[in-house]
Every structure is written in structure tokens, then in C-alpha cells.
Design a protein around this ligand. Structure first.
Ligand SMILES: Cc1cc2nc3c(=O)[nH]c(=O)nc-3n(C[C@H](O)[C@H](O)[C@H](O)COP(=O)(O)OP(=O)(O)OC[C@H]3O[C@@H](n4cnc5c(N)ncnc54)[C@H](O)[C@@H]3O)c2cc1C
Length: 305
């Protein structure tokens, strides 16, 4: 089974040489050999064997808010989940079980849950990703993270071409880490939350949004570029190395938050990548601390998402 056969089988669900980098929040980077719109689980059931046997690398795309895509063409299949994966269902009185589709946006869920007086997910209102990307990254902030409430997920295993379930323990959540591999597509997520004070919850949402506006830059970026080293802040280290405002081509270190890279229109992914390397090298030379990337990269020669 080849990529060409998968293209034929997928019909209008597949696009050849489709934009990829422009679908990320950096808005830089090239195309992918194939872009696959997966509207529902039926699509995966129908195309799964071909996807597993075509021999092409697979990259799941959420909102692209933690992804740097290389210039040129990613020689694989980008999988994007559609509408059927945007559901939000909750049951229970005091303790509430929440099922969220992997393509649902975190801020949308945070607000809808808060409206219902379901509390504990407010932290997610400022994270512009999907549940799929958030589980993979164990996204978090403001004292919360996915690990705190996720009890399990359903995944599509690309090699096995079938749905598998994984418990929170099996997900091995760590700081911006989970065990989900690039050959697995998160389909939906189960969380345990609780009923609480809806008014206080609304106040929390408002405060988080205010804090983010005050402390984080707008424009094209992917949030924090580097993971915070133990007992340290990547932003403070970058600032201490005198790198605020430092520029490579169309990418520069934000003046507002040193751990953000902002990208101008017309920039290249290689500008961002080179700036990341320069920042890491300089911070290590100045402070002795080696920074690690939090942003996932795809299509570059030495690394992959
Ligand atoms: C302004 C801004 C603020 C941010 N603030 C925060 C923050 O406070 N805390 C934080 O943790 N992050 C933050 N981020 C980063 C980002 O929003 C999170 O990491 C988010 O969880 C990524 O979700 P996504 O859907 O955009 O994933 P993508 O960027 O699309 O993908 C990220 C990774 O997950 C994989 N992936 C995506 N969907 C699936 C799926 N369904 N199945 C399997 N793999 C998948 C991708 O292949 C990739 O490896 C911020 C980003 C921005 C732009």
C-alpha cells in the first residue's frame, strides 16, 4: 500500500501538497505531502489500514499552537480531526465526569464548564490548543494541568489501525510530557471535575484572561518556547542573557515575555529555528543552564514532532 493508494482511497478527504505551516499559530513553514481531513471515527475505520501500511510518517494537527513546521514539504500525512471530535458531554452531580472530543478548543470547554458551575478547569481558558494537543503536551498553567483531571483517553493507534484506551497512569504525565507517541491520534479525553461556585469560577476566568493580556504578547507565536528548567524560569534566564528583542530574520524574542518568540509576516521557519538555537546556546554560555524546547518541531532534519 503506497501514499498514492491512500490518496485515491481517501478521495476528497485528502489534499496533496496542502498548506501545513500556515495552519499553525507561528504561521510559518511549508506544506505536507498529504493533508487528511478526518470527519469522524468512520473515516479512520475506513482509511486506517491504508494509513498504517502506506509507510509515510504521520503528524496529528490540533490548533498548531505548539508546533513549528519546517519550510519546504513534510513528506508525510497530516491528520486533522473534524467536527465530530468537538463534543463536550458531562454527567454527575457533585463529582462530574467530562468527555471532550480531541478537536475541541480548551478555552471553549473552560467557559462552557464554568457556565455550568463545573470547576477545576479554569486554568485552560488561556491555552489556545485542542484537547488532543493538550493531552500530548500535558498543557497547564495557573496552578493546573491536564494531568490533574484526566482519567483516560481513547486513541487511534496508527500501526495497529484500531482504537485503544489508555488510563491516566498509562499516559505517564510529566511536566509538558505524556506517553502519547506521534503514531497515536488522541480521539477523546475523559476528565473528572466537580461542581462548585459558578460565580467564583467566572471571576477566575476573568482574572486569568486579564493576567495573560498583561503579561503575554499577541501576534504570531506559540506560547512558551522553552520548558522551565527545575526551580528556574526560562523567561528570566533569557532576559538575564540580554536576549529580549534579539532578532533572526523575521523572528524575534518578545520584549514583553522573553520566553516567547514573535514572528513577522513573511518570516521563515528557519528564522525561528535559528533563533531558538541561538537563544539556547547563549543562555547556556551565560548562565550554564541548558534550555530544552517545549515547542514541537516537525519536518526538520534532526528532530520530529
Ligand atoms: C498564546 C499562547 C499561549 C500558550 N499558553 C500555554 C500555557 O499556558 N500552557 C501550555 O501548556 N501551553 C501553552 N501554549 C501552547 C499550546 O497552546 C499547548 O501546548 C496546546 O496544548 C497545544 O495544543 P494544539 O491543539 O495547538 O496542539 P498542536 O500544536 O497542533 O500539536 C502539539 C503536539 O500535539 C500533537 N497533537 C495535536 N493533536 C493531537 C491529537 N489529536 N492526537 C495526537 N497528537 C496530537 C501534535 O502532533 C504535536 O506533537 C500556548 C500557546 C500560545 C500560542
Amino acid at each position: 500500500m503506497s501514499g498514492e493508494e491512500l490518496l485515491r482511497l481517501a478521495g476528497s478527504r485528502a489534499t496533496r501538497h496542502a498548506p501545513f505551516g500556515s495552519r499553525t499559530t507561528y504561521r510559518v513553514g511549508g506544506t505536507s505531502f498529504m493533508f487528511l481531513d478526518i470527519a469522524s471515527l468512520d473515516d479512520l475505520l475506513e482509511l486506517g489500514v491504508a494509513l498504517s501500511q502506506c509507510g509515510l510518517p504521520v503528524c496529528s494537527l490540533g490548533n498548531g499552537s505548539n508546533l513549528l513546521v519546517a519550510d519546504g514539504e513534510f513528506p508525510g500525512v497530516v491528520v486533522k480531526l473534524g467536527e465530530a471530535f468537538r463534543s463536550l458531554v458531562f454527567t454527575g452531580d457533585e463529582s462530574v465526569t467530562v468527555h471532550a472530543g480531541a478537536a475541541l478548543d480548551l478555552p471553549v470547554a473552560a467557559r462552557r464548564l464554568s457556565d455550568q458551575g463545573i470547576v477545576g478547569f479554569e486554568w485552560a481558558v488561556g491555552v489556545p490548543g485542542t484537547f488532543g494537543g493538550a493531552v500530548v503536551m500535558n498543557a497547564g498553567g495557573h496552578g493546573g494541568d491536564m494531568a490533574a483531571s484526566v482519567t483516560g483517553v481513547r486513541l487511534w493507534s496508527v500501526p495497529a489501525a484500531r482504537v485503544i484506551e489508555r488510563t491516566a497512569k498509562e499516559l505517564q504525565f510529566g511536566y509538558r510530557h505524556s506517553s502519547v507517541s506521534h503514531e497515536e491520534i488522541v480521539l477523546d479525553v475523559t476528565m473528572q471535575l466537580r461542581r462548585g461556585d459558578a460565580l467564583a469560577s467566572k471571576g477566575q476566568l476573568k482574572e486569568i484572561v486579564r493576567w495573560r493580556r498583561e503579561h503575554q504578547p499577541g501576534g504570531a507565536n506559540a506560547g512558551s518556547v522553552f520548558r522551565n528548567p527545575v526551580a528556574n524560569s526560562a523567561g528570566q534566564l533569557i532576559d538575564a542573557a540580554g536576549l529580549k528583542g534579539y532578532r533572526v530574520g523575521g523572528a524575534h524574542v518578545s520584549e514583553k515575555h522573553a520566553n516567547f518568540i514573535q514572528v513577522d509576516e513573511g518570516a521563515r521557519a528557519s528564522d525561528v529555528r535559528e533563533l531558538m538555537a541561538y537563544v539556547a546556546t547563549t543562555v547556556e554560555a551565560v548562565t550554564g543552564v541548558r534550555l530544552e524546547s517545549e515547542v514541537r518541531t516537525v519536518g526538520f532534519s534532526s528532530e520530529d514532532a
